[in-house]
Design a protein around this ligand. Structure first.
Ligand code: HEC
Ligand code: HEC
Ligand code: HEC
Length: 152
């Protein structure tokens, strides 16, 4: 085989290798920039993962009329459920609270610059004691405080 014949065979291989390298490192780069929500417990979420990814905010908001009237009644959309299946353990083996950036809800929100106030009233860890929204007694007083604040 002539020298130019060898070159003609080698050059496309080099180009291919370069392209492959660019593709691999390019996607690794993109990966590093994407949020990585920790995996939930069990087989399924309360709705398909795709729906949860795109629509969880609308499924849960209780301040919104559409949710209160036609939304989540009878369906397992309680925040305690989310927090239970999506608990992330810290170094001490205990579930982290929403104050910790590893918390499931913050795994995307920090990335998307979303901030939520839900955990002022709702527990952000499965073992957390009532903050206001869980448990009927404090739930009621939390609700009363909420309506007093929203509707003076
Ligand atoms: C029975 C356990 C369970 C409950 C309850 C639950 N989830 Fe999930 N969730 C999962 C599983 C399993 C997946 C799919 C695997 C994974 O984590 O990617 C998932 C996926 C998700 C995703 C998509 C994550 C991704 O990778 O893009 C979001 C967002 C989410 N859940 C939010 C919620 C919210 C909000 C609630 C409460 C309304 C909730 N989940 C309740 C188990 C649960
Ligand atoms: C000012 C306090 C307060 C804030 C802030 C708040 N909630 Fe609530 N939430 C309540 C109370 C009180 C209830 C009624 C609890 C009960 O029925 O015992 C409730 C009920 C719920 C329920 C249905 C029952 C359950 O246990 O999950 C969902 C879902 C919910 N809230 C989601 C949210 C989300 C999402 C946010 C943030 C966008 C939020 N809440 C912010 C006080 C609050
Ligand atoms: C897979 C990524 C992801 C995870 C995990 C996630 N969220 Fe979100 N969430 C988003 C994105 C993105 C938005 C902003 C959507 C928009 O602006 O349209 C959002 C918005 C919200 C909003 C509306 C905020 C507003 O001001 O309008 C609420 C409420 C909310 N998420 C609750 C939760 C809770 C509670 C959890 C944990 C149980 C959670 N999310 C986990 C991606 C995620």
């Amino acid at each position: 085989m002539t020298a130019s014949g060898t070159l003609r065979r080698v050059i496309p291989e080099c180009v291919l290798a370069l392209l492959l390298f660019a593709m691999v490192s390019g996607s690794a780069f993109a990966e590093g920039l994407m949020p990585h929500p920790p995996k939930g417990k069990g087989e399924h979420c309360v709705a398909s993962t795709d729906v949860m990814r795109r629509n969880h905010m609308d499924l849960m908001k209780h301040q919104r009329d559409e949710t209160v009237h036609e939304g989540v009644r009878g369906k397992p959309f309680g925040l305690a459920g989310c927090v239970g299946c999506h608990a992330v353990k810290g170094a001490d083996g205990q579930p982290v609270s929403h104050g910790d950036s590893r918390h499931f809800c913050r795994s995307c929100h920090d990335y998307a610059a979303v901030s939520i106030d839900c955990f002022q009233c709702h527990a952000s860890r499965p073992d957390e004691k009532v903050k206001g929204a869980e448990g009927s007694r404090s739930g009621l007083s939390g609700l009363a405080a909420f309506f007093q604040k929203e509707r003076p």
